[in-house]
Design a protein around this ligand. Sequence first.
Ligand SMILES: Cc1cc2nc3c(=O)[nH]c(=O)nc-3n(C[C@H](O)[C@H](O)[C@H](O)COP(=O)(O)OP(=O)(O)OC[C@H]3O[C@@H](n4cnc5c(N)ncnc54)[C@H](O)[C@@H]3O)c2cc1C
Length: 306
Amino acid sequence: MREKLRKLCDTYGVELLENVPLSEHTTFRIGGTADFWAEINSSSTISALVRLCRENAYPYFVLGRGSNILASDAGYRGIILHLGNQFANIGFKDAHTMTCEAGATLVKAAKTAEKFSQTGMEGLSGIPGTIGGALYMNAGAYGYEMSQIVSSCTYMDENGEIKQLRASDLALSYRQSWFTLHPGNVILTVTVKLQDGDRAEISEKMRDFLKRRNDKQPLDFPSAGSTFKRPEGNYASALIDQCGLKGYTVGGAQVSEKHAGFVINREGATCADVMQLCADVKRIVQEKTGYILEMEPIILGDSAGK
Ligand SMILES: Cc1cc2nc3c(=O)[nH]c(=O)nc-3n(C[C@H](O)[C@H](O)[C@H](O)COP(=O)(O)OP(=O)(O)OC[C@H]3O[C@@H](n4cnc5c(N)ncnc54)[C@H](O)[C@@H]3O)c2cc1C
């Protein structure tokens, strides 16, 4: 497969990297090496690579900013398609309709909306991912969620063809989308519908939400954000706190003392540490409260890196 990938990447002017440490590309700072890595800056390159992988039954995985990923210690026996900085343009179709290429960060998208006095993204502005990753996960915070603003998206299907989905087809629900149900498709652009707002108010809200993050979240340690989904009728962090699990540690992984909803990489944590810690937390929370917690981060690679 190496030669086929190399030939295709040469044709498209893409640098093909080998044995890339996933720990350097995930906010958890955990993970072994991916066999191959290509930074993608055009949809034609994605199409060609996806087709090549499909024809050869070779695994590929789309990575944004790696901010919701727990990568296996064994790494990944496939190719990572990383949407690069050149795949991050943002433009307005009309005063309220903003289209973002999937590699644009939420920070950039929210700041662009702010610049044009458009409201709707303030609460999303501090989430450290791309707009593609945010649509995939239906990311949300402080009462804001991608589902409230997305009007449509384009994506590359597994045959390398560009398709479009409207909001009503995106099956957006809590941390889920049509894409979580159909992995293998690559989100190319996301169009959001915003509303006229007061620029000073938008800026003030964004500052306030950022301050709340800084005050409440353990941002000085690597993590993937909230480690458990919110169970129906309660909060994972409240349940974990209630069970006395703040500070609970397995190897280098720890339930944050500052925010019980975050598992942090305290020092040199492995994926196995995090998985063990999460299994313990889930068991104890279920025993003591009856609630069943579910992990939020996407697991990349299994114990054999497959
Ligand atoms: C400190 C911190 C705070 C956080 N706070 C929040 C929060 O408040 N709310 C919240 O919802 N999340 C939060 N997160 C989690 C994370 O930032 C979001 O889920 C984010 O949307 C993930 O985007 P990403 O680009 O990093 O995606 P990645 O983590 O790289 O990928 C996540 C998933 O999306 C898929 N994906 C990414 N891009 C594409 C694409 N173009 N096409 C197809 N699939 C794609 C990947 O394959 C993977 O399955 C936080 C994380 C951290 C570290």
